[in-house]
Design a protein around this ligand. Structure first.
Ligand SMILES: *Cc1c(COP(=O)(O)O)cnc(C)c1O
Length: 495
């Protein structure tokens, strides 16, 4: 399997795409085609465990790795999870939650970021890359910690995480700034997530910066979801949840299902789209957004307009106005024409917006529907869901469930089984969840977690419980303009 940049560069191998992260022309790597998974294959996968299912799906794309190599990676990665990696929970007739938060940092990013270090190290061997790797990550909250945990103390790698200093939850920040490890750097940025992400992309596309890193013995790479190595492990859980529904006799092989995905940078749901293109029977992919509703508008009009107020919400990992991975879907919508993608992305850079022809959008991506919800609606959903099902939703998943309710209100006769992708543990956002479900305001994250645990008789996950005792190791906060030089200084460049 070969890979091309959405803006034309290529072809490269899967290993090269992973080592590079982002293509030299600023585009994202995409596979030359979608490998086919038949219903019979899906039936076979249903008999296997998660690491096997995952390695099988990945082996269809990463053909320069053997299935056995990939299986070695997934087995090691998912042994770090508390129980199953991606269990499906039935909450009501036809409504399921796909829980992706049982990894080391309690959010769905762990599914890919526990595997990515193995993929990157393996890819470097295969491509003969000799330089060390400086991984640059912009985070809206959850990617940062998951990447730090995945890459800490990995030989030949330095990792730097940039987070919006005022834009992540207390717990998310605490998780990041207490990370130990000899190769770990965590940097607060004065600005929002989009500022941090733009700064990272700029460093990647600046030949002079690249040269400076190169002179110091480093090659830049990305652990953000723009890296294909992030996307490919995510495709697996769409197939896996479908297998679980078959095994539980909730569906028959071949039956259509819907997925609802709380979305920000569009990486998670894009993996669902790839699964559909490979043959997974999916009817609708429902894009759930908080009041940063740029994706909702895009799917109803074809206009992607990032020029709008940025709202800080209780679902911070979705506070995003520029969804990087949408470029991969746009590439499919414009019939894989890199010139058209380049023109649209130039519009985005220059004018803050781009427009895809509405008819073409519905023609090419009819499975997508977007819904957004207010903060009040999200809180109400957490409250009602706890009352109705004794289940604590985190605020991101609650956005997904709210979108599902809105969808059902609009499409009365849809009896298609629906899986809401549950992206984080409620304990990652204890103040908001405590407030919404028990109407108690507590500003301290750890105290809120303890209170939530008592009120709901649920257990605090170990990864959170131990945070209180960990010393703060990273305190640096910089202006946007200082990011590049600061990162250089981490690898021995002058500041
Ligand atoms: C990252 C994240 C999202 C958004 O996922 P994207 O792939 O960026 O669309 C949703 N919920 C949680 C908890 C996250 O960490």
């Amino acid at each position: 399997m070969k890979f091309f940049s959405t803006r034309g560069f290529g072809p490269v191998s899967g290993a090269e795409a992973i080592v590079k992260g982002l293509a030299d022309d600023g585009g994202l790597f995409v596979p030359e085609s979608f490998p086919e998974i038949t219903l019979e294959d899906i039936g076979d996968l249903a008999a296997l465990e998660y690491p096997e299912r995952s390695a099988y799906i990945m082996s269809k794309y990463l053909t320069d790795f053997s299935y056995e190599e990939l299986l070695g990676y997934t087995k090691k990665a998912y042994s770090r999870f508390d129980g199953e990696a991606a269990p499906v929970i039935k909450v009501d007739d036809g409504l399921f939650l796909l829980e992706l938060f049982h990894g080391p940092t309690l959010a769905f990013k762990d599914i890919a970021l526990t595997v990515l270090p193995y993929l990157l190290t393996g890819s470097k061997k295969k491509t003969g890359a000799e330089k060390k790797t400086q991984i640059l990550v912009a985070t809206s909250g959850d990617t940062g910690k998951a990447a730090l945990e995945g890459f800490k103390n990995v030989d030949g790698v330095e990792i730097t995480v940039l987070y919006p200093a005022e834009g992540v939850s207390d717990m998310q920040k605490r998780q990041m700034i207490t990370t130990d490890g000899k190769n770990v750097h965590v940097l607060g940025v004065k600005g929002n997530f989009d500022d941090a992400q733009t700064a990272v992309k700029k460093i990647f596309s600046d030949p002079e910066m690249k040269q400076k890193f190169s002179d110091l013995g480093y090659e830049l790479s990305s652990a953000n979801s723009i890296n294909f190595g992030r996307l490919v492990p995510q495709i697996a859980y769409y197939f896996s949840s479908y297998c679980d529904l078959i095994n539980a006799e909730e569906i028959e092989l071949g039956q259509l299902v819907n997925f609802v995905v709380p979305s920000g940078n569009f990486g998670n749901i894009l993996a669902g789209y790839y699964a559909k293109r490979m043959g997974l029977p999916i009817q609708h992919l429902i894009v759930a957004s908080n009041c940063n509703d740029v994706l909702t508008d895009f799917f109803s009009t074809g206009k992607y307009d990032s020029k709008r107020p940025f709202h800080k919400t209780i679902s911070p990992s979705m506070d995003i106005l520029v969804s990087s991975n949408l470029e991969r879907l746009v590439y499919e919508i414009v019939d894989r024409d890199p010139k058209k993608v380049t023109a649209l992305m130039n519009d985005l850079k220059e004018f803050g917006l781009y427009v895809v022809d509405e008819d073409t959008l519905y023609d090419k991506a009819p499975e997508f529907l977007g819904y957004s919800c207010t903060e009040e609606e999200t809180k109400e959903t957490i409250d009602n869901f706890y009352d109705d099902y004794s289940y604590l939703l985190d605020p991101h998943t609650a956005v997904g469930v709210t979108a599902f309710f809105k969808y059902m209100n609009e499409v009365y006769d849809d009896t298609t089984p629906t899986v809401v992708v549950s992206t984080a543990s409620a304990y990652k956002f204890p103040q908001s969840v405590l407030d919404a479900s028990c109407h108690i305001k507590e500003s301290d994250a750890i105290k809120a977690a303890k209170r939530l645990s008592r009120m709901t008789s649920t257990e605090i996950p170990q990864a959170i419980a131990s945070l209180n005792d960990k010393p703060v190791l990273h305190t640096l906060v910089v202006e946007k303009s200082e990011i590049a030089d600061t990162v250089l200084s981490f690898v021995g460049g002058k500041e």
